[in-house]
Design a protein. Structure first.
Length: 50
């Protein structure tokens, strides 16, 4: 499977990986699994330009 992620996202999880010793791809999977388990819903709210 392929998933496109912004470099900022990858960098964030790579930093967490260095801190925890858990591979960054595993951390991404764990985070997404937590979202599923908690049935989190994304809140996409666009702010209007002023």
């Amino acid at each position: 499977m392929t998933i496109r992620l912004d470099e900022e996202i990858i960098s964030y999880f790579k930093t967490m990986s260095s801190d925890t010793g858990i591979p960054y791809q595993s951390l991404i999977n764990l985070y997404l699994q937590d979202c599923v388990n908690q049935q989190r819903k994304i809140d996409i709210t666009w702010q209007q330009e002023q």
